[in-house]
Design a protein around this ligand. Structure first.
Ligand code: 5RP
Length: 222
């Protein structure tokens, strides 16, 4: 019988598996959150092979710099080989909900420039349908109530993430109860609401590779 592994051990296992995808001399993108932090810890042992990184948050930038990896601005870069990040939920089609850590906008921007999005996640994140995890939606502060009313009209229950301001100076509505049968369509519909900066559906550009950790080991999904 496989041994029970803690969530932290699973995060370390998928983070170490992602190291195999790091191409020597290339610039890579790095996500935000506890699983991405495990990846940064794993990167420390091969940092000589990493030319530079683009960070998806201020927190990630600080962690990368602390281990001696140069962090460059996205405007200085025209290509990123891989983007490695966690997820709050991920489906067999590799569509995700992200933004539990509030970094969704920069994550989506850095992922958009990457040749390959490699998602690293423990098995608790694997779902057949997205939406049990409340969907984070970053909004311009003055549009908060207007967007919240629209989300209610769409069948959602938005909760203002109090005391939290994103790296971009905006606020987050964590939205429960949305029916996410078509993640690509919902991602586009939410993007079209004036005042929404980014929503946490990563479906139009899903992950390319998922490294999923469970007690049986790390499985690779394409
Ligand atoms: C941050 C994110 C994270 O990837 C997501 O919240 C998963 O975090 P963790 O690895 O801590 O479970 O999207 O904005």
């Amino acid at each position: 019988m496989p041994a029970v592994m803690s969530a932290d051990a699973l995060k370390r296992a998928v983070a170490e598996a992602a190291i195999a995808y790091v191409q020597p001399g290339e610039i890579l993108g790095v996500g935000t959150g506890s699983t991405a932090n495990a990846f940064i810890d794993a990167l420390a042992s091969i940092k000589g092979r990493v030319r530079a990184a683009v960070a998806s948050s201020e927190a990630t930038r600080k962690r990368l710099e602390a281990i001696g990896i140069e962090v460059v601005d996205l405007n200085q870069v025209d290509r990123i080989s891989i983007y490695v990040d966690g997820a709050d939920e991920i489906t067999p089609a590799l569509a995700m909900i992200k933004g539990g850590g509030g970094a969704l906008t920069r994550e989506k921007i850095v992922a958009a420039l990457a040749d390959k999005f490699i998602c690293i996640a423990d098995a608790s994140k694997w779902v057949t349908t997205l939406g049990t995890f409340p969907l984070p939606i970053e909004v311009i502060p003055m549009a908060r109530s207007m967007i919240a009313r629209e989300l209610v009209r769409m069948g959602g229950s938005p909760v203002y993430r109090t005391g939290f301001v994103t790296d971009n100076g905006n606020v987050i509505l964590d939205t429960y109860g949305l029916h996410i049968s078509d993640p690509v369509a919902l991602e586009q519909r939410l993007n079209n609401l004036t005042g929404v900066v980014t929503n946490g559906l990563f479906a139009a550009r899903p992950a390319d590779i998922l490294l999923l950790g469970s007690a049986e080991g790390v499985q690779t999904h394409h």
